[in-house]
Unconditional design. Structure first.
Length: 524
């Protein structure tokens, strides 16, 4: 009997070796502007009088945005900012936020965003220290909130004359020539939510960002004249999809105020987490023609509801793989809600615990490869070694990233997302996939969202919304579909589910609610 060929696919039958690449490799597509701010500048040159953004009645044109960003970039250069540097962008949603972001990129630096209204001082201090942001941009009204260390500089782009150089003794020397910016230089540094400890800074390059935003479907078909809602926290990577995805294609960014739904009602394109999207009624958004969700699993009822009104993209990908690296255009008639296939110039591998490819249809952990793979964590060699690895399938110096998402290929070549490895918990000694319980609950009539959490070693607790969902009927549905150890001890109906500042479900707040409910019951 002949031996199978050696190599990372040698253990697979020939059919699975073929499908490994057919399903797992996105199309190879050229990227026109490998430096993301060049794409914005191209729009400003083509249509300088077009409205780039609006916020609470104020607007800015592409020409004015480009001019103000150029002036800020010159100021940053005079202050010694160079390619490879990181500059803090500690702001609230606003037009100056866009000037700051684009000015930092034009200076050759990577922006490090934080929502100055929500991030506590200790988190800002951690970001400044870890990202080594010697310069921080913020609004004048929020300057007092920034814990600026000695030797650091604060610039407020919203001041009346923000770009005049400050007098110094001696006068600043003429900046030395510096090397040109490259596609593999940093575009932004995002700090993950830090649910397992302190937030980790992830360095994302221009090549990474341009690859998802300037190819389709990641470009979402945005064209000049399209209105793109800016709903999300600037410190969340999906906000980069909203902001840069709009500005690189000549659209108008509709920056929300306190009411996300109000901004959505005038938009053509929505990018959101399922939690944020669930608070918006598609019937009130007649202009919306394109929707993309990511950041957490999307309930099938929510996907179907929006897919009846607009092109609906269900997407997946952690910050470390640059916003999203798989996308699926969902239709209500689809048998499954999947996360689709890899986006252009990217790959996805379903591997076992030994990092060997699994046959098509078997459940494994998804690893991501290609141009989406970010440059890694700042100052965390141990975590880099754990989550990033040489890519044996692409070779040639490529790396792949361990997403910790579970999935399998459908026979048609789409990825079915089956939760996260850290969402697999032990209850009474049995392994339970929490998302599987929530999926059953979301199939109950009237249930729009569901979350299941492990409360202790023996019990699960589930939360459903809206508040009129029958909790006893919901528990029976789980008992009929899954083993007894998967049945939640309690199902708590709520009018809505609490959100984190990233627009995701706040699981810690839910556990506190469950604890309060128990204490109230014990007190009776």
């Amino acid at each position: 009997m002949p031996l199978r060929p050696a190599g990372p696919l040698g253990h697979l039958p020939p059919r699975d070796q073929h499908l490994f690449w057919q399903y797992g490799r996105g199309p190879t597509v050229p990227v026109r502007d490998p430096l993301i701010h060049h794409a914005v500048q191209r729009q400003a040159t083509a249509a300088p009088h077009a409205i780039a953004a609006e916020h609470q009645g104020a607007t800015i044109t592409y020409g004015e945005l480009d001019r103000r960003a150029d002036a800020l970039a010159a100021r940053l250069a005079r202050e010694g900012v160079r390619p490879g540097d990181h500059v803090g962008l500690f702001v609230r949603r606003s037009i100056p936020m866009l000037v700051g972001l684009l000015g930092i990129l034009k200076a050759g630096a990577a922006y490090v965003p934080q929502d100055i209204g929500q991030a506590p001082p200790h988190q800002l201090a951690h970001v400044i220290r870890t990202a080594r942001t010697r310069v921080v941009l913020t609004a004048a009204e929020h300057a007092h909130r920034v814990p600026l260390p000695d030797g650091h500089l604060m610039i407020t782009p919203d001041e009346p004359q923000p770009y005049a150089p400050k007098p110094r003794t001696p006068e600043p020397r003429t900046p030395e020539p510096h090397p040109p910016l490259r596609p593999d230089d940093g575009c932004y540094v995002l700090f993950t939510s830090g649910t397992t400890g302190r937030p980790n800074g992830v360095k994302v390059t221009h090549r990474n960002v341009a690859n998802i935003l300037l190819t389709e479907p990641g470009g979402l078909g945005i064209r000049p004249g399209d209105r793109v809602a800016q709903l999300l926290n600037v410190a969340f990577d999906m906000a980069a999809w909203e902001i840069l995805g709009c500005l690189t294609h000549g659209g108008t960014l509709v920056i929300r105020g306190k009411d996300a739904a109000a901004a959505a009602r005038t938009a053509d394109v929505l990018i959101a987490t399922p939690t944020v999207l669930s608070g918006i009624d598609p019937a009130t958004c007649p202009r919306v023609h394109t929707v993309a969700v990511a950041g957490e699993p999307c309930p099938r009822p929510l996907a179907d509801r929006w897919a009846r009104h607009a092109a609906f993209h269900n997407c997946c990908g952690p910050t470390e793989t640059t916003i999203v690296n798989t996308m699926h255009l969902h239709h209500p008639s689809d048998p499954l809600l999947t996360i689709g296939r890899p986006t252009p110039n990217n790959t996805v591998y379903v591997l076992d615990a030994d990092r060997r490819p699994l046959p098509i249809g078997e459940v494994g952990e998804m690893w991501a490869g290609g141009d989406c793979v970010s440059a890694g964590y700042l100052d965390n060699d141990a975590l880099n070694a754990e989550r990033y690895a040489p890519d044996p399938f692409l070779g040639a110096g490529h790396r792949m990233f361990r997403t910790r998402d579970l999935g399998r290929w459908t026979p048609d070549g789409d990825l079915e997302h089956l939760g996260r490895t850290d969402d697999q918990v032990k209850v009474r000694g049995f392994r339970v996939e929490l998302d599987s319980v929530s999926s059953v609950l979301e199939s109950v009539e009237g249930c729009l969202r569901a979350v299941t959490l492990k409360r202790d070693a023996r019990t699960l607790v589930s939360f459903v919304c809206p508040a009129d969902v029958d909790p006893d009927g919901a528990r029976r549905a789980v008992a009929e579909a899954l083993p007894y150890y998967c049945v939640p001890e309690t199902v708590m109906p709520l009018p809505s589910l609490p959100e984190t500042d990233r627009g995701k479900i706040d699981k810690q707040a839910l556990l506190r609610m469950a604890e309060e409910r128990t204490l109230q019951g014990a007190a009776r």
